[in-house]
Design a protein around this ligand. Structure first.
Ligand SMILES: NC(=O)c1ccc[n+]([C@@H]2O[C@H](COP(=O)([O-])OP(=O)(O)OC[C@H]3O[C@@H](n4cnc5c(N)ncnc54)[C@H](O)[C@@H]3O)[C@@H](O)[C@H]2O)c1
Length: 325
């Protein structure tokens, strides 16, 4: 199987490529990535000499380049490339519209022209907006994005839906909860907190710290994507979640405890604009129809993540310096 991965120099896409090539000895990967601030080829250094892997630097909005790549006997497109940081979308939404909406549309168009038999659009639970204290998002929940980031991902999802309904183009959308794990850019909550605590720096807690997210280890997310590639039904949406809801405060306390750091490193800051209160996913459809289940408990996953960031300072320090200057 030959797959075209977009955004494979980022966090989830990079972990996906490694998993895919480990599990599929005769698999091949073409990784198309623009290398924005979030893309980092250091994460895939071990694959550089693997003949099954090819990196192409480029923009998913480039019609000519994407058109050529799609014609290279691609069996599946797995589309991760995106602007992915909510706080950045609040400061400047424009690039989110460019990459997340126009880029996804360009990929769909070129994939349809080339007759690609399967396209997986990697989306987010944030398209559903915010939940009250009870209940879960299902694939039938209303789409109610609240941030420029989630509005752009929603638009991409709707173009995928339209390509299936209008052209019978075989696209599947997945909507996953918050990920954590190795190679996550240190501006995102868990690696940001781990790396701050390693340096005895305070960790900023938005508002009252009681916003709730469902947290999944990146490997569990990627195993769900493998199941969707193999058994997912075109035109469907699959929610991916791990039933491990945590408040930001709980995460902070787990990390302080795990890393042996004092409570005085908690620093309360003004809440994020439009901050969704709670996201929680019901992954039953994926579990029942495709036989997937998350494997990693949050407790184990967070221990592994702390150990990884401790062992890989050479990977994250230059990135953290780049965004803080
Ligand atoms: N991180 C999460 O918790 C999470 C949860 C659910 C869904 N998602 C979705 O999963 C996908 C991957 O997320 P991530 O956390 O790995 O993101 P990331 O920011 O770590 O990586 C994004 C990658 O896309 C590349 N890219 C950006 N614009 C591009 C363009 N125009 N052309 C080509 N490449 C471009 C970047 O260089 C980078 O390598 C995104 O679509 C995101 O919306 C993420």
């Amino acid at each position: 199987m030959k797959i075209l991965v977009t955004g494979g120099a980022g966090f989830i896409g990079g972990n996906f490529i490694r998993l895919f090539l480990n599990e599929k000895p005769d698999g091949q990967v073409v990784n198309l990535d623009k290398l924005t601030y979030a893309g980092n080829l250091e994460s895939l250094k071990d694959l550089e000499s693997d003949p099954r892997y090819r990196f192409v630097k480029g923009d998913i909005c480039d019609e000519v380049l994407v058109g050529e790549l799609m014609k290279d006997n691609i069996d599946v497109v797995v589309h991760f490339a995106a602007e992915s940081h909510v706080d950045r979308s609040i400061k400047d939404p424009h690039v989110f519209l460019y990459t997340n909406i126009l880029g996804t549309h360009n990929l769909l168009n070129c994939a349809r022209d080339a007759g690609i038999p399967r396209f997986v659009n990697v989306s987010t639970d944030e398209v559903y907006g915010s939940l009250g204290p009870t209940g879960y998002f299902t694939e039938e929940s209303p789409i109610q994005p609240n941030s420029p980031y989630s509005a752009s991902k929603t638009s991409a999802d709707l173009f995928c839906r339209a390509f299936f309904e209008t052209y019978s183009f075989p696209v599947i959308t997945t909507r996953c909860c918050n990920n954590y794990g190795p190679y996550q850019f240190p501006e995102k909550l868990i690696p940001f907190f781990i790396t701050n605590l390693m340096d005895d720096q305070p960790v900023p807690i938005y508002g009252d710290g009681l916003n709730i997210r469902d947290w999944i280890h990146v490997e569990d997310h990627n195993r769900a994507l493998m199941a969707v590639i193999e058994k997912g039904k075109p035109g469907e949406v699959y929610n991916i979640g791990s039933r491990q809801e945590k408040t930001n405060m709980e995460i902070t306390e787990i990390l302080l405890e795990e890393m042996g750091k004092p409570d005085s490193l908690k620093k309360y800051v003004q809440d994020r604009l439009g901050h969704d209160r709670r996201y929680a996913i019901d992954p039953e459809k994926l579990e029942k129809e495709l036989g997937w289940k998350p494997q990693k408990s949050f407790e184990q996953g967070i221990k592994d993540a702390v150990a990884w960031y401790r062992a890989n300072e050479g990977w994250w320090r230059p990135l953290k310096e780049k965004v803080s200057t």
